[in-house]
Design a protein around this ligand. Structure first.
Ligand code: ZN
Length: 260
């Protein structure tokens, strides 16, 4: 308990530190809706960024040298997911590995019922419940920041997975306070997930990335991308899903998003 108290104290001090001017320029450049947030949200976000950058380790891979632009851009987008909520700052995550562009991984693909094909595939980001780390392509991060309303953002996606792990399971259900909340969440997300699957199978165009039809964990991650990047469209087409996410994140991105 004393450790938890010390941690809170340290974080309070970090949040209160003056925010470096050159970092602020980076936030303004890479979080295009930053100026639309109200004053207290802006201050809260900057405070979270200070804690995040003090606690997480960044490692450059594939020849990439980590600089403040990379650190601040990733931190700012990730910390948007923490606004207004009691948070432990992605507690399962220690290290963020950043590659210059896409990176290749060995992966087995199932091509038939009992047939697996081995091969290398390129990826833009990944994380796992037991990894303790999160991998990002700096190219994809910049791309996601440059177009904040196309519904695609690898940072929001991967950090949404981290929120999902807060209650120890990768099941598309983040830590919710009450059983009643869990019940409503499962009901709404379950229905929406099934309808995305059905649309994916029949080829009906969808607002949500059909990558989310893979499983409930991916469904949650792509929903989070749409929630922050295309909130108006999401609210119009999936009002119940939007309401659930709004309740969980305790914010309404319609008010500040860059969506046209
Ligand atoms: Zn994912």
């Amino acid at each position: 308990m004393i450790l938890a108290w010390l941690k809170q104290q340290r974080r309070r001090r970090l949040r209160a530190r003056p925010f470096p001017k050159d970092w602020l320029k980076l936030v303004e450049r890479h979080v295009v809706f930053f100026h639309k947030l109200n004053g207290s949200d802006r201050a809260e976000l900057l405070g979270h960024i200070q804690v995040f950058l003090a606690e997480k380790r960044f490692e450059g891979c594939g020849g990439l040298v980590i600089n403040n632009e990379i650190r601040v851009t990733i931190a700012a987008q990730a910390c948007l997911l923490l606004l207004h909520r009691k948070t432990d700052y992605f507690p399962r995550l220690l290290t963020i590995l950043v590659y210059p562009l896409t990176y290749m991984v060995q992966e087995d693909h199932q091509v038939g019922e009992h047939v697996w094909q081995e091969g290398t595939v390129s990826r833009l980001g990944e994380t796992g419940r037991r990894m303790g780390s999160l991998v990002l392509s700096w190219g994809a991060v910049k791309h996601g920041a440059a177009d904040p309303s196309d519904g695609k953002n690898v940072v929001l996606h991967e950090f949404a997975h981290q929120l999902d792990y807060e209650n120890y399971a990768a099941d598309g259900v983040p830590g919710l306070a009450t059983q009643e909340e869990q019940l409503t969440w499962s009901e709404v997300m379950g229905t929406e997930f099934e309808s995305l699957r059905a649309a994916d199978e029949t080829g009906i165009p969808t607002l949500l990335d059909t990558y989310g039809a893979i499983d409930p964990a991916e469904f949650f991650a792509v929903s989070v991308e749409a929630f922050f990047e295309q909130p108006r469209a999401l609210r119009g087409r999936h009002p119940k899903l939007y309401a659930e996410l709004q309740k969980y994140f305790q914010q309404d991105p319609v008010e500040y998003s860059a969506e046209r």
